[in-house]
Design a protein around this ligand. Structure first.
Ligand code: CUA
Length: 369
């Protein structure tokens, strides 16, 4: 009797776990609308990927329910009615059923085909852009440890970590990297695609709804991989054209004396060796800052773009993003891997800043609307 109670408890436990499992997957599929949620897709590419996910999910759920029900049925239906002793004879020992086995193989093949159809359809849909879209905008994406450069070759715009696209337009992202392997992903719009050295990968996406779409590097690329975020703003076409005109323009002339001092420091403290603020020529191994103040975040989406955070970043960038190049440059003489240096001797630059320098630089950077 005690054994029966124990086995019933086990059956109840299994049923409870199964119910919880189904409930929890149900919650994430229909209730989770987070900023990086793939179950809240926008645009055709993400919708295709979501549909493929749903088909695989429901096929798996069907298998789970069938197998689970059979197990529960067998446990209940064929349990031994009495006490089990060493003398209890074994039940009939079979060697399987050929018909049943062939039947199960056929069912498996059918289920694989059911999953393959939307998966292959999605692959062809995503892999053929020119035949499908007559009006495509190109954005060249270059990944760096740990930030993203976005170039619009036709529109003549260069920006970093935050970029804007027009709603309704197919956007082709041409992906390259300056250093190691990264991966480009905007969960709600689709993806992901690896960004490989010496290889030109691409993917295309389209946003239908205006809004902000979060992006994230999804290939481990060093100590600050998790801090390599980006933001995609989808706006109506007219707003996009205004954004392009603004981003193409040069930085404002500054007149405020503190900001003027910041501008001079920017040039004299070697910042200009890595960053560009147009029209002054500068380096291109770090984000273009011409319109920094128009962005919502700094440090590749890690900090809100506020004066306090700019000062925090300039004080000790490594506190926000361990291992980044600017940190090594600030901490004079810190050894830095040779392959990561933009030029020999770069990490011997002494560009240490005092509080007055930082205040002036913040004032200057805040003026770059
Ligand atoms: Cu770049 Cu992870």
């Amino acid at each position: 009797m005690r054994k029966n109670i124990a086995s019933w408890r086990r059956v109840a436990m299994v049923a409870l776990m199964a119910a919880l499992g189904i409930l929890s997957t149900g919650c994430s599929a229909w209730g989770l609308k987070g900023p990086q949620s793939v179950v809240d897709p926008d645009g055709p590419v993400a919708s295709f990927q979501y549909w493929t996910f749903l088909v695989s999910f429901y096929v798996s759920l069907l298998i789970f329910v069938c197998v689970g029900t059979l197990i529960v049925y067998c446990v209940v239906r064929f349990r031994h009615p009495g006490e089990i002793t060493p003398d209890t004879p074994l039940p009939d020992q079979g060697h399987g059923s050929t018909k049943l086995e062939i039947g199960l193989i056929l069912v498996s093949i059918v289920l694989v085909i059911v999953i393959l159809v939307p998966a292959l359809e999605g692959q062809f849909y995503q892999g053929t852009l020119q035949d499908r879209e007559s009006d495509v905008m190109v954005i060249r994406v270059t990944a760096y440890q740990w930030w993203w450069k976005f170039e619009y070759p036709k529109e003549g715009v260069i920006t970093a970590n935050e970029f804007t696209i027009p709603t309704g337009k197919a956007v082709k992202f041409e992906l390259t990297t300056n250093d190691v392997i990264h991966s480009f992903w905007i969960p709600r719009l689709g993806g992901k695609m690896d960004v490989m050295p010496n290889q030109h990968n691409w993917l295309w996406l389209r946003a239908t709804q205006p809004g902000m779409y979060y992006g994230q590097c999804v290939e481990f690329c060093g100590e600050s991989h998790a801090f390599m975020k980006f933001r995609c703003f989808a706006v109506p076409p007219d707003d996009f054209n205004r954004w392009v005109e603004h981003q193409k323009s040069d930085a404002h002339e500054v007149t405020d004396p503190v900001a003027v001092r910041g501008r001079d420091l920017f040039k004299s403290k070697s910042c200009v060796g890595c960053h560009t603020i147009r029209p002054t020529p500068g380096g291109n191994v770090a984000p273009d800052l011409t319109h920094l103040a128009s962005r919502t975040t700094i440090a590749a989406g890690v900090l809100d773009n506020t004066p306090e955070n700019l000062a925090k970043w300039l004080n000790h960038p490594g506190n926000t993003k361990p291992g980044n190049m600017m940190e090594a440059a600030f901490l004079h003489g810190e050894p830095y891997p040779e392959w990561r240096r933009p030029w020999p001797g770069w990490d011997n630059l002494n560009i240490a800043l005092n509080q007055g320098d930082i205040d002036a630089l913040v004032a200057y950077l805040r003026s770059l609307e």
